[in-house]
Ligand binder design. Structure first.
Ligand SMILES: Cc1cc2nc3c(=O)[nH]c(=O)nc-3n(C[C@H](O)[C@H](O)[C@H](O)COP(=O)(O)OP(=O)(O)OC[C@H]3O[C@@H](n4cnc5c(N)ncnc54)[C@H](O)[C@@H]3O)c2cc1C
Length: 149
């Protein structure tokens, strides 16, 4: 096996082709990481969620990190690490265009809303007024690829 760094172009290709990331955030010195669906466009990762711990953390501290990984043949893999900033897209005048953009990107997958709307012992809440659209502005990214020799 050998590992090499990926170019920015290769990193953004992987972000565009994938849809699941692990999102890490922190508040008061405490880290928290969860998987989420996202859609990548224009140096942003767009996502949807209900209020909860990650939204509370990111509202308190917008600096986040994400990792997206893809497995290749055998032991081969690629992964991209993103350092970025949380930006909420509230349902208010001034954010309609970005919110509609997030909706149109995410809704390319029929089940896009479900993981973000389901919590233990509750029903799907996709039409609940509290749902949150947000995006992560990519500040920095890096990628690594492992290939069989
Ligand atoms: C493939 C995939 C895609 C997903 N896509 C989305 C998405 O697009 N949007 C979205 O909001 N959520 C998505 N989820 C669910 C997400 O991982 C969280 O479970 C969910 O968002 C609740 O997070 P929260 O911070 O609001 O947790 P809360 O409901 O506030 O609960 C907090 C506590 O619950 C526990 N917890 C929360 N989530 C998990 C988990 N996944 N696994 C184990 N323990 C957990 C932790 O201990 C945490 O301290 C996805 C999950 C998977 C596996």
């Amino acid at each position: 096996m050998h590992v090499r760094s990926m170019s920015t172009f290769e990193c953004t290709n992987l972000l565009s082709a994938s849809r699941v990331a692990c999102l890490a955030c922190s508040k008061d010195g405490k880290p928290y990481v969860v998987p989420i669906y996202y859609a990548y466009a224009d140096i942003h990762l767009y996502a949807f969620s209900m209020p909860g711990k990650k939204i509370e953390f990111m509202r308190a501290n917008p600096h986040v990190s994400l990792v997206v990984e893809e497995r290749g043949h055998g032991r081969e893999w690629q992964s991209v690490v993103v350092d970025g900033r949380f930006e909420e897209l509230p349902d208010r005048i001034g954010h309609k265009r970005e919110r509609d953009h997030a909706w149109s990107l995410l809704s390319r997958h029929f089940d896009w809303w479900e993981p973000g709307a389901l919590k233990p012992m509750t029903q799907p809440q996709s039409d609940h007024s509290e749902h949150v659209f947000f995006r992560i502005l990519v500040d920095q990214l890096s990628g690594r690829e492992a290939k069989e020799n």
